[in-house]
Write a protein that binds this ligand. Structure first.
Ligand SMILES: Cc1ncc(C[n+]2csc(CCOP(=O)(O)OP(=O)(O)O)c2C)c(N)n1
Ligand SMILES: [Mg+2]
Length: 325
């Protein structure tokens, strides 16, 4: 594996920071009532998400789950239009109709999420089959949580992708819980990569809070897929700061470990300083730049008009457009 250059390391760190500030800003705007609908945020999972984003090319596909707002803009959609989408504004990538769970952007091959956990794992098979039949080296990353591995589509998808050698990269974000159910409580194994190995695809487990480890594992898997070998699977062991609902169900020791001792941004930051890739002052400037960029996205969203009710059915069903009363 080639060494990661200082510029690229700093770019990925900046991406992590963008995700953190984006999500925390969104959460605070949500609490003020400015963000409609449901909201699940990816704070704590930034190393995993930034690594995936930096391996995908524009022509590759993305099937993001409900904690992937960061991937929506890192995939290439303009950040202010993702923010506007979450604010339900007409300038959003789906004209404000997608929101947190249903945002897609075909121009960057983001196929979007939906409210049924794991259902897009079946859709992804069709996309990957099409690209394979066209003889391209395009592949799609399917980002799914640990809880989703109990779903039928999860196993059906892995099975068919392996049988037909489809170009899919399964990115399993194991944050330890589905809502508040620990992964080992509801699965035959808490080591989810073992499931994938039984479907005869290369499968590894990485520290999902270690940026470089995540990037190297993701890149290696992507190269294997692009060579036409079929699917690969990565289990990123990480932790989300937010529960599914408010209220905390995890122990003090667990929180201390993941939020302080093994926190992904400070781990990357410490490593950058240790390697001499940037000075403290340069990192502070970079972090301030991120704050300003996200603030400008919020301003854009807030100043954007609400969708026109008359266009409620536009682009929803082909040929079914009706005039709203
Ligand atoms: C088929 C289905 N069952 C239940 C739900 C409700 N639900 C939404 S998120 C979630 C937990 C998912 O856990 P996991 O995949 O581990 O993702 P995490 O929230 O931990 O990132 C559940 C059960 C759903 N959306 N779809
Ligand atoms: Mg989970």
């Amino acid at each position: 594996m080639q060494d990661i250059s200082p510029e690229f390391y700093l770019k990925m760190y900046r991406d992590m920071r963008l995700i953190r500030v984006f999500e925390q800003t969104l959460e605070s705007e949500f609490k003020k009532g400015n963000v409609p609908g449901m909201l699940h945020i990816g704070v704590g999972q930034e190393a995993t998400l930034a690594a995936i984003a930096n391996v995908l090319r524009t022509e590759d596909g993305l099937f993001p789950d409900h904690r992937c707002h960061g991937l929506l803009f890192l995939k290439g959609s303009p950040g202010e239009r993702i923010m506007a989408e979450l604010f339900g504004r007409s300038t959003g990538v789906c004209s404000g109709k997608g929101g947190s769970l249903h945002s897609a952007d075909a121009s960057v091959n983001n196929f979007g999420d939906n409210g049924v956990q794991g259902s897009f794992m079946a859709t992804a098979l069709g996309v990957a089959l099409g690209w394979k039949m066209q003889g391209t080296d395009r592949f799609a990353a399917v980002v799914v949580g640990d809880g989703t591995s109990g779903r039928g589509e999860w196993h059906e998808s892995l099975n068919l992708a392996a049988a037909w050698k489809l170009p899919l990269l399964y990115c399993c974000v194991n944050n330890g819980y589905a809502i508040s159910t620990p992964v080992g409580f509801s699965h035959a194994t808490g080591e989810l990569y073992e499931f994938a190995r039984s479907y005869r695809m290369p499968a590894v487990q990485v520290d999902g809070n270690d940026l470089v480890a995540c990037y190297e594992a993701t890149l290696k898997a992507a190269e294997y897929i692009k060579e036409g070998n079929g699917p690969a699977f990565i289990e990123y062991k990480t932790w989300r700061w937010q529960g599914l609902f408010s209220g905390e169900f995890r122990s003090e020791e667990e929180i201390q470990y993941w939020k302080v001792e093994h926190e992904p941004l400070s781990m990357a930051r410490t490593d950058i300083l240790k390697k001499g890739f940037a000075t403290e002052a340069e990192l502070i400037a970079l972090e301030q730049g991120v704050e300003e960029e996200i603030a400008s996205w919020v301003t854009y969203a807030k100043e954007s008009p609400m969708p026109d009710p008359k266009k409620a059915t536009a682009n929803v069903y082909v040929g079914w457009e009706v005039e709203a009363k």
